[in-house]
Each structure stands twice: as structure tokens, then as C-alpha cells.
Design a protein around this ligand. Structure first.
Ligand code: HEM
Length: 122
């Protein structure tokens, strides 16, 4: 089920993001702070919340767009912060990565909005 997959991926991402935060603190080098922040918030918190919605509303998970939405968010939510890290560390040659990643996340969120409007009526 896509909701379970999203929650499982999100907790792994969150752990990785927290460990990266600890590493930043220990090294007192905050260069990767924007990657850390986006990984935790987009790939961790948002992914978990969206996955939870699918668990709470089975009609949403049954929507034919749900799988596409979940996979777009999983891939985009990792590619986006990874791309930010590449640009910060290795320069603008890698700018396509965060651009593609962020567009995937926006597309996934637009799909999610559509699914919520279709399925959240009381
Ligand atoms: C063990 C857990 C965590 C550690 C050790 C940690 C560590 C850090 C560190 C060292 C910074 C840089 C602070 C600075 O530049 O002064 C930072 C920034 C940030 N972290 Fe974390 N973090 C953790 C968890 C999280 C989580 C769970 C989230 C979001 C859900 C998060 C979101 C952010 C954001 C948004 C910033 C940027 C803050 C700003 O620009 O002022 N962090 N974190």
C-alpha cells in the first residue's frame, strides 16, 4: 500500500536527516544546512503526513493517482535535497538536480491536493 511505503521511507529519511544534523553540529560546518532542512521537512515530515492521509482514508489510497503521487514525492523528496547538497558542495553545474527534484515535489503536491479535494468530504 502506497501510504505504508511513504511512511516507511519517511522515517528512514528523517533518521538520515537527523544524523546529518548531528554531523553538522559536531563539525561546526553548516554548509549543508539547506539540504538538511529540506530533507527533513519535505522527505521526512511531509512524506509521513501524506502517507498517513492514505492510511486514514482508504478511498484516497484507492485513487488511481495515489501511487503516482507517492512515488513522485518519494523520488522528488530525496532528489531535491540531494541536489541542493550537490550544488552547495560542487557548484552550479548540478543545478538541474534540485530543479527537477523540486518540480517533482510540486507536481506530487498538486496531485495530493486533487486527491484531498476528491476524498475529504465529510
Ligand atoms: C537530531 C536531530 C537534528 C539535529 C541534530 C539538527 C541539527 C541542525 C543544525 C546543526 C542546523 C544548523 C543550525 C545553524 O546553522 O545555526 C539545523 C538547521 C535546520 N534544521 Fe535541523 N536538526 C535536527 C532535526 C531537524 C528536523 C527533524 C527538522 C525538520 C523537521 C529540521 C529542520 C531544520 C531547519 C528548517 C533548519 C534551518 C534553520 C534556519 O535556517 O534557521 N532539523 N539543524
Amino acid at each position: 500500500m502506497i501510504g505504508s511505503l511513504m511512511m516507511r521511507v519517511s522515517v528512514v529519511v528523517l533518521l538520515a536527516g537527523m544524523l546529518a544534523g548531528i554531523a553538522m553540529g559536531i563539525r561546526q560546518d553548516f554548509t549543508l544546512q539547506p539540504a538538511h532542512a529540506h530533507l527533513n521537512l519535505v522527505g521526512g515530515v511531509l512524506l509521513f503526513l501524506f502517507g498517513l492521509y492514505y492510511r486514514l482514508f482508504p478511498a484516497a489510497a484507492a485513487d488511481r493517482l495515489a501511487k503516482l503521487q507517492g512515488w513522485l514525492h518519494i523520488i522528488g523528496g530525496i532528489l531535491f535535497p540531494a541536489g541542493i547538497a550537490m550544488v552547495v558542495l560542487d557548484g552550479p553545474a548540478f543545478i538541474a538536480l534540485p530543479i527537477v527534484g523540486s518540480l517533482m515535489v510540486v507536481a506530487a503536491t498538486a496531485l495530493f491536493a486533487l486527491i484531498v479535494f476528491r476524498t475529504s468530504r465529510v
